[in-house]
Design a binder for this molecule. Structure first.
Ligand code: ADP
Ligand code: MG
Length: 193
């Protein structure tokens, strides 16, 4: 039986810029199974976001094959919160788009907001929150649609150590749902956690 939920085979990615051809990914291969957390570690500019963008079809690789089994939740490197919507309305935007803003999903959002210490902030606006809080809002927005595969692009940048530990714990708790997590980082320290 093959239980890979993500398969990446021989991915190459070249960008064509004014300065010429930029070879960003060369023969990248990996698989992700249910219940696994996989970290893509590399310095800034090494192509981590590019890999996630390829997995979510935002970019087409120059060559290679990918296979995805399940729904993807993607947390971008930037939080991309909408400043004119309050925290609750930012979080439920994905549910709205998918027509899934029902009682069950809203209960799930409530429980996530409480887990991440943001329940009391639900009526506030993004500009009233710290960087770390905004990032947690972006995470809850991603989790609210119940993804099978979670892609997190540098989820720890801008989060203090204390929140980081809680964040990692909650992600590990979340693994009970048999999802797979692919995250990127440029700090070796985070991988050791
Ligand atoms: P990382 O996420 O590891 O910091 P990125 O995947 O964002 O790296 O970028 C890898 C390299 O590809 C960088 O040199 C970046 O400038 C370049 N790059 C990313 N997207 C594009 C694009 N759309 N066009 C041209 N170059 C790009
Ligand atoms: Mg990046």
């Amino acid at each position: 039986m093959n239980d890979n939920i993500v398969e990446v085979k021989n991915i190459n990615m070249n960008f064509y810029t004014k300065e010429g051809e930029l070879e960003v990914l060369k023969d990248v291969n990996f698989n992700l199974k249910e219940g696994e957390i996989l970290t893509l570690l590399g310095p800034s500019g090494s192509g981590k976001s590019t890999i996630l963008n390829i997995l979510t079809n935002l970019l087409k690789p120059t060559s290679g094959d990918i296979k995805i089994t399940g729904n993807i939740g993607y947390m971008f490197q930037e939080d991309n919160l909408l400043e004119w919507r309050n925290i609750m309305d930012n979080i439920t935007i994905g549910l709205e788009i998918q027509g899934k803003k029902d009682k069950k999903s809203l209960d799930r959002v409530e429980s996530l907001l409480k887990t991440y210490g943001l329940w009391d902030f639900r009526s506030m606006y993004p500009k009233e929150l710290s960087g770390g809080m905004r990032q947690r809002v972006a995470l809850i927005r991603t989790l609210s649609v119940n993804p099978d595969i979670l892609l997190l692009d540098e989820p720890f940048s801008g989060i203090d150590i204390f929140t980081r530990e809680k964040f990692i714990e909650s992600l590990i708790g979340y693994m009970d749902n048999n999802i797979g997590i692919l995250l990127t980082t440029h700090e070796l320290k985070e991988v050791e956690n």
